[in-house]
Design a protein around this ligand. Structure first.
Ligand code: RP5
Length: 164
């Protein structure tokens, strides 16, 4: 069974990452979500990745704040695509997490998305776009979603636009 694995460094990341899970739900894409920390539970993180791969994980999404080593630690243990979601918060409000997540050494990629809710949602979209390369039904759903987004812009604009 193919699915996407979402890892969060802490329960405190769930408030944002539930938007990632919700996005998979909306498209009917299977996912699992666990809490595992690169620093607080490194053995659990490493062990989980091999178990998830055996079960059919096709991509990993890793969300963490502050030193934010999680996405890099996941990338070190798999050759599946890894998407990193930096979490806001802490003394630097996410700038630290963003730099920690994005600055990976050559040959060890982490595709890093935005801070906050947009990043959580886009992590799911990016994972689905990867899956959709070999899943025509999902590709069509993503194309339809773009049409819906474009229509929403038009209808929002009609409500408030002022043209001369
Ligand atoms: C990171 O530290 C977690 O991913 C979280 O974003 C941040 C704070 O964790 P808690 O102290 O709230 O558990 O490892």
């Amino acid at each position: 069974m193919k699915f996407v694995s979402i890892l969060m460094g802490s329960k405190s990341d769930y408030e944002i990452m539930k938007h990632c899970a919700d996005t998979f739900e909306k498209f009917g894409v299977k996912y699992e979500l666990i809490i595992s920390s690169a620093h607080r539970s490194p053995q659990r993180t490493k062990g989980y990745i091999s178990q998830a791969e055996e079960k059919g994980a096709v991509a990993f999404i890793a969300a963490a704040g502050m030193a934010a080593h999680l996405a890099g630690a996941v990338a070190a243990s798999t050759t599946k695509p890894v998407i990193g979601v930096p979490m806001k918060g802490g003394a630097m409000d996410g700038m630290d997490a963003m730099l920690s997540t994005v600055q990976m050494p050559a040959g060890m990629p982490v595709g890093t998305v935005a801070l906050g809710r947009s990043g959580a949602v886009n992590a799911a979209y990016l994972a689905m776009q990867i899956l959709a390369i070999f899943d025509k039904e999902l590709a069509i759903k993503l194309q339809e979603d773009r049409i819906i987004q474009a229509k929403k812009v038009e209808s929002d604009s009609k409500e408030i636009e002022v043209l001369i």
